[in-house]
Design a protein around this ligand. Structure first.
Ligand code: ADE
Ligand code: ZN
Length: 339
């Protein structure tokens, strides 16, 4: 970790999207799963996306290599090790149980491997991490309800629910019942909205699903009334700039709405989404933004503070993390002033 590595919370990362091609090949060999190539670089070359669906097609296909509890453990541990080096002190990690169930993998295997990795990382890396169970919106509301029911025996192993996969055509309104049930179970609620879908999807996520955070939300800027609601309520938006560029949600990093979102007073946090596919982890996203927009130390500290403010953590723990951000900022300012 370098002096440029800010302490942060990563609030928008899909564990399946952290499957680096080296581990993909190792797991394919371990489990006798066929891949288009066994050369990690050649596989990475295939990652040229035109939109969200073109990414999801490859991403779901690759997940056929995850078969055993050890596979899920290795995936979780690899991410947490890399995240720790990226300055991540707290990770709230999405996972897609429906993908694995469709591949014939029982929930017990998925939770077993991931939860063991989170527990070990807490001890060996000092990183705090929890799981958020995501529903695949393209499978609809009834399948989401069945998934939540099936996950009830594992309620002590996840802290919330989310909504991901293909956005357009699958609005939040399809998932009101499952989110109401999740709320009744005492779970946190987040949803992808305003990534490819319009501001109406963000309104629905807030009004119909009662989400506490919006994942992406970049298209919210198209609706000034929505911006006012998000600003007023300080609803966190977990923004993933390198993902947005790779999936062409924004034409370039320079055209990314992050500066406008910050200027509008929105509570924006920076995350990596699917770092194995989009060219970088949270530190890479922060570094890219800093380079593109010339963010100063104070602005970087705001992004780091926002990540802890938006985390699902007790206030005392947030204060401890916020103090670490302040310390980091002071150290950087001392360094640049030559004191
Ligand atoms: N699943 C993994 N990454 C995703 C993204 N960026 N949007 C929607 N679903 C996803
Ligand atoms: Zn995402």
């Amino acid at each position: 970790m370098t002096v440029a590595t800010w302490p942060v919370a990563e609030l928008h990362v899909h564990i399946e999207g952290t499957l680096e091609t080296e581990l993909l090949v190792a797991l394919a060999r371990r489990n006798n799963v066929e891949l288009p190539s066994y050369d990690p670089d050649a596989l990475r070359e295939l990652y040229r996306f035109t939109d969200l669906q073109s990414f999801l097609d490859i991403y779901y296909a690759n997940l056929a290599v995850l078969r055993t509890e050890a596979d899920f453990y290795d995936l979780g541990m690899a991410y947490l090790t890399r995240a720790s080096a990226a300055g991540v002190r707290r990770a709230e990690i999405f996972f897609d149980p429906q993908t694995h169930l469709a591949n014939g993998i029982p929930l017990d295997v998925v939770f077993g491997g991931l939860s063991r990795a989170l527990g070990d990382a807490r001890v060996t890396l000092g990183i705090s991490a929890d799981l958020i169970l995501c529903f695949l919106r393209h499978l609809g509301g009834a399948a989401a309800l069945a998934t939540l029911d099936a996950a009830i025996p594992y309620l002590d192993q996840f802290i919330g629910v989310g909504l991901d996969s293909a956005e357009v055509g699958f609005p939040p309104s399809l998932f009101t019942e499952v989110f109401a049930r999740a709320e009744a179970l005492g779970l946190h609620r987040v949803a992808h909205a305003g990534e490819e879908g319009g501001p109406d999807y963000v309104h629905e996520a807030l009004d119909l699903l009662g989400v506490e955070r919006v994942d992406h939300g970049i298209r919210a800027l198209e609706d000034p009334r929505l911006v006012e609601i998000l600003r007023e309520r300080q609803i966190p938006l977990t923004v993933c700039p390198l993902s947005n560029v790779c999936l062409r949600a924004t034409p370039s990093l320079g055209a990314h709405p992050l500066p406008a979102m910050l200027a509008a007073g929105l509570l924006v946090t920076i995350s990596s989404d699917d770092p194995a596919y989009f060219g970088g982890y949270v530190d890479d996203n922060l570094t890219a933004l800093q380079g593109e927009f010339g963010l100063d130390h104070e602005q970087m500290a705001t992004l780091a503070r926002n990540s802890f403010r938006a985390a699902f953590l007790p206030e005392a723990e947030k204060r401890r993390h916020l103090a670490a951000v302040d310390e980091h900022l002071e150290a950087l300012l001392r360094l640049t002033s030559g004191a």
